[in-house]
Ligand binder design. Structure first.
Ligand SMILES: Nc1ncnc2c1ncn2[C@@H]1O[C@H](COP(=O)(O)OP(=O)(O)OP(=O)(O)O)[C@@H](O)[C@H]1O
Ligand SMILES: [Mg+2]
Length: 481
């Protein structure tokens, strides 16, 4: 048996506050930690009732509970509202035990206590901040969820419910199959992540995948995750619906590709145009050189022979050579005229567009066996020079195509105008072709593209309709001004 003195000395040194009462409730021992806890001097509490330490009367119920439990279990523990000597309240966690004699009669109560006011405050703060976070999560625009590796969703906020279309109770059911939410094409990606995580590999915390909603829609989501829990068995995730972003991104990419295609086509087109221009210049210079060169050589030799004939009075010879010179000049002039006509149809100035077209087809008939019907009478309002030249060139290009590709028997050209627009229709009954296929196939072909560009550069439109065996129809609309 330990000496009572030694026990009391030990009590005096420990940090836990200790109070001992007699069976009738008089305090007969407090250790220094107890005095400090309640702000009393040493010995000041002796002989007092413990209720002086309580804030307000000890509730009847608590007293009864303490007594009955003491009877039954021999001790009671719980929170007690206390007050210090100066009246400041605090809460302590107390354990009260009954010390009994051999007959089982209570001889003393011993109570140990410690101040838990701070702890309670902390708990309250924690609880409040948890509440706050929960509220924040509830109203967050982004989906916030907690997933545990073996139990699935533990928490989902309303934004997650909105994204998936499932109620939170459904998502958080233990038997809910998470993979039901993952798009079939992205299941492998998610499973691989799972496997890598189990192996402890570091994974990018941000990733994207497609989901299937309750309604069966596909959505793109972006997810950011962190692992937590003692064994990192939980995932806290923030998810965002990026379906719209994705669609815009896809459209942008598509536009970008189309732009690049057009740029490539444009480059090859302008290369071809440059080549054509160079070719034209070369032709023109050759023709000019040949025609004018021949004429110059011819004329100078004629002039020399005329001079010689005049000197020897051979006037008849001279007259003959003058006639030859005249004829050479006439020929050369008509050749030069033809060159000029090719460069710009002069009939337009003199005859007007319908007249120039009539002229063109008159010559055309000389070479081609094709029944051509011209409907030009509804062309009343004269368009600008540029527009008329464009129409003339489009007609030339279209008929070149008819001759080259259509194998047609009949072609109809109709030209009409009103205050607003000039309308040109050209149709043939030839073999026709697949317009779409052609436009992607051969960027070297310039006829149709050139006509379209010409019409569009004048703020007009060019449409071509054709199908194999159905002939071809071209419609050009140009603004009148
Ligand atoms: N009237 C038509 N009937 C049948 N096929 C046509 C007709 N017009 C055009 N095509 C088809 O469309 C293609 C493209 O015509 P386009 O005028 O652009 O080029 P091209 O005539 O082949 O070459 P280019 O005009 O550059 O000398 C032709 O190769 C031909 O297959
Ligand atoms: Mg062509």
């Amino acid at each position: 048996m330990i000496d009572k003195e030694i026990l009391l000395k030990a009590f005096a040194t420990i940090r836990e506050a200790i109070l001992i009462c007699s069976a009738d409730g008089n305090i007969n021992y407090t250790n220094s930690a107890m005095n400090r806890l309640f702000g009393y001097e040493k010995g000041e509490l002796l002989g007092k009732y413990p209720s002086i330490l309580n804030k307000g009367p000890r509730p009847e119920l608590v007293t009864k509970e303490i007594n009955s439990i003491l009877e039954l279990k021999g001790y009671w523990e719980g929170k007690i509202n206390n007050k210090k000597k100066d009246g400041t309240g605090f809460i302590s966690y107390a354990r009260i035990s009954a010390l009994k004699d051999r007959e089982g009669k209570i001889i003393n109560f011993i109570s140990t206590q410690h101040n838990i006011t701070e702890q309670i405050k902390m708990e309250k703060i924690l609880q409040e901040s948890e509440e706050k976070y929960r509220k924040l999560c509830q109203s967050a625009m982004d989906g916030i969820y907690v997933i545990s590796v073996d139990k699935g969703f533990e928490y989902v906020n309303p934004a997650v419910v909105k994204i998936f279309g499932y109620e939170s109770e459904e998502l958080c059911r233990e038997d809910f199959d998470f993979f039901k939410l993952v798009h079939p094409n992205d299941q492998k990606l998610i499973r691989n992540r799972q496997k890598a995580r189990i192996k402890g590999k570091r994974l990018p915390s941000r990733y994207e995948f497609r989901i299937i909603t309750k309604d069966g829609d596909t959505k793109n989501i972006e997810v950011n995750t962190v692992l937590f829990g003692r064994k990192k068995e939980k995932i806290l995730g923030v998810m965002r619906d990026i379906t719209k972003h994705k669609k815009i991104e896809e459209r942008l990419n598509l536009n970008q590709m189309m732009l690049e295609d057009s740029e490539r086509e444009l480059k090859s087109f302008s290369r071809k145009i440059l080549a054509i221009r160079e070719e034209e210049k070369k032709n023109l210079s050759t023709i000019l050189h040949e025609e004018l060169g021949d004429m110059a050589v011819g004329l100078s030799s004629y002039l020399a022979s005329i001079e010689k004939d005049i000197k020897i009075h051979a006037f008849e010879n001279a007259q003959e050579t003058i006639e030859k010179s005249k004829s050479l000049l006439r020929k050369s002039i008509s050749k030069l005229k033809k060159i000029a006509v090719d460069l710009r149809p002069p009939d337009l100035d003199i005859l007007g567009l319908p007249g120039a077209l009539n002229e063109y087809f008159l010559k055309f008939h000389e070479y081609v066996k094709l029944d051509i019907i011209l409907q030009l009478n509804n062309y009343k309002k004269k368009a600008s020079d540029k527009t008329e030249i464009a129409i003339y060139r489009i007609v030339q290009e279209s008929f070149k195509n008819i001759i080259k590709h259509a194998n047609a028997n009949k072609a109809v050209l109709s030209l009409s105008s009103d205050e607003e627009a000039i309308i040109l229709n050209i149709s043939d009954d030839g073999r026709g072709f697949e317009v779409e296929k052609r436009s992607h196939k051969n960027s070297e072909q310039l006829g149709i593209r050139g006509m379209k560009e010409m019409a569009e550069s004048l703020k007009g439109t060019f449409t071509i309709n054709s199908a194999p065996g159905k002939g071809t129809k071209i419609l050009v609309k140009l603004p009148a001004e």
